[in-house]
Design a protein around this ligand. Structure first.
Ligand code: UN1
Length: 508
């Protein structure tokens, strides 16, 4: 088994020369059977090619699923504490390589170095948190209604899991799925997003190096139609975990239904920060700017609506414009850069279309266009649009870019109504010093996550992550709740009475 497949080569520019990367199937790095490839380009400078990756298809998926199926028995029978030790070791290796992997991630994805370091850190946190689960994986014991009978419930692995991951958190989100799947004793086929293939490869390499056996993790690159769909349709794949858009999530859900496949979906958001008149405005401005323009707004938890109480509307607006105008766009590996490019050209065009819609629906305060001065890549100026209401498209549809809108309201009741008047329910925030209002918001905002006096982004791995309404199908990633996705309950009854005892019948 090869543990790493690449020997990085420095070019004169400090970037690595383009390399050829492969799928990992049954512990072997190999190209797509068809021989087809695709390129991974730097969104800050599309002339910078990071490498070529296999454009795989159903034949490669077939081989990967077979490998995962073959590896399943030995892995599920490996004691969970031992699986936890491997995952712990992976966390340690990631810590050592954090800087290298963060730099690679900025190059392939665009977000600034501080944020890509955070992305790797999230995978490290996930490893350390989940490793301990190897010695817990708690079930329940409970009394029997009959004498001399013992009852318990156990968490069992599910089998081969198909994991389909997005590009905005290229290592963190694969870790949210891979690590809990592995601790529970499942084997996996991972299909990462084609915009960020290298970062997920690094995570898989590290897990392999830490001791995950051949075939337990298989990595297959390619598009949703040529790799994602065959994976979803494969009868031996018992679970699909998908993070992405609502539109694709709906089709994943439908494709899983005929085979009664377990499916976990983490989909769109249209996250609101509510700013009440008693808020600390300096804090609110910082929280809005970080929540809306961190990762160039490409987070499912990004602050894409700012619901502001009328009395402070003008002041918040002016302070925000000033702060946003001070943000520096550019290549995320350079010092002093606050906002990187968006992920690719078609994403940029879609965001620019939404900006045009927003300009008609409200008033553009700042931004509103591509920034060619920031570089040759896909840069969009951080954009703020004023006087938006719930009827407007930019208040309803996920933009996934550096665009946010001010929505003036009279009071907390209206703020909560406006915040909830969308199809999504991922993250929300409220800025207030009034504890009564904060607790009302915690109770009444329809969202999987609510922050008080903090931005809509910033979830930690030991709390449940996911949303209500069309943001998903009720599952929660991370925390111990991830185990509810990646395990099935088995109820066990042990009768040591040595006679037939009939539940419900032998009642008196
Ligand atoms: C996302 O919003 O797409 O909560 C994921 C955060 C990160 C993960 C965000 N820990 O900001």
């Amino acid at each position: 088994m090869t543990t790493t497949q690449t020997a990085p080569k420095e070019t004169g520019t400090g970037n690595m020369a383009p390399q050829t990367f492969n799928n990992l199937i049954n512990g072997q790095w190999k190209p797509a059977k068809s021989g087809k490839t695709f390129q991974n380009l730097n969104p800050a400078d599309p002339s910078d090619c990071i490498g070529t990756f296999p454009a795989s298809d159903a034949q490669d998926v077939q081989e990967a699923v077979e490998a995962a199926k073959k590896a399943y028995d030995a892995w599920r029978l490996t004691p969970a504490p031992r699986r936890g030790e491997i995952i712990f070791k992976a966390g340690q290796i990631l810590m050592e390589r954090k800087e290298q992997y963060a730099r690679e991630m900025t190059r392939e994805m665009g977000k600034v170095l501080a944020e890509t370091r955070g992305d790797i850190q999230e995978a490290i946190d996930m490893c350390f948190y989940t490793a301990g689960e190897g010695r817990r994986l708690f079930g329940h014991t409970t009394p029997s209604e009959l004498q001399n009978k013992f009852c318990m419930s156990l968490r069992m692995p599910i089998g081969v899991c198909g994991l389909i991951t997005p590009w905005n958190f290229p290592m963190a989100i694969p870790s949210w799925k891979l690590i809990p799947a592995l601790i529970a004793g499942n084997t996996v086929v991972l299909k990462p997003a084609s915009d960020t293939p290298l970062s997920s490869l690094r995570l898989v390499e590290v897990l392999q190096e830490a001791g995950v056996p051949e075939g337990v993790i298989n990595l297959v690159y390619g598009s949703g139609s040529t790799v994602g769909n065959p994976l979803i349709d494969h009868p031996d794949v018992r679970l699909i975990s998908f993070t992405g858009s609502c539109e694709v999530g709906r089709s994943v859900n439908e494709r899983c239904a005929p085979n009664f496949k377990r499916v976990s979906l983490e989909l769109g958001g249209k996250n609101a920060a509510i700013i009440l008149e008693d808020a600390n405005l300096d804090l609110a401005v910082e929280g809005i700017v970080w929540g809306a323009f961190g990762t160039a707004g490409q987070r499912c938890t990004a602050t894409s609506r700012v619901i502001v109480q009328k009395g402070i509307h003008a002041e918040l607006r002016d302070r925000l414009v000033k702060r946003i105008n001070g943000l520096k766009l550019g290549y995320g590996l350079e010092k002093g850069i606050d906002v990187g490019p968006v992920v690719n050209e078609s994403a940029m065009n879609k965001i620019l279309e939404y900006i045009e819609i927003g300009k008609k629906e409200g008033q553009l305060l700042t931004g509103g266009e591509r920034d060619t001065a920031a570089g040759a890549g896909w840069f969009i100026k951080p954009t703020l649009i004023d006087n938006i209401n719930t009827k407007h498209r930019i208040a309803q549809e996920e933009i996934f870019g550096p665009v946010t809108a001010l929505m003036p309201v009279a009071d907390l009741d209206e703020a909560i109504h406006v915040a909830n008047d969308i199809e999504f329910g991922l993250s929300t925030a409220i800025y207030t010093k009034d504890v009564n209002k904060a607790f009302r918001a915690l109770r009444d905002l329809e969202a999987g996550i609510t922050y008080v006096n903090a931005p809509t982004i910033g979830a930690e791995v030991h709390l449940p992550f996911g949303g209500v309404k069309n943001t998903g199908n009720g599952h929660r990633e991370a925390a111990e709740t991830a185990l509810d996705i990646f395990t099935e309950w088995k109820a066990c009854y042990v009768d040591y009475s040595d006679r037939l005892q009939r539940a419900q019948i032998d009642h008196n």
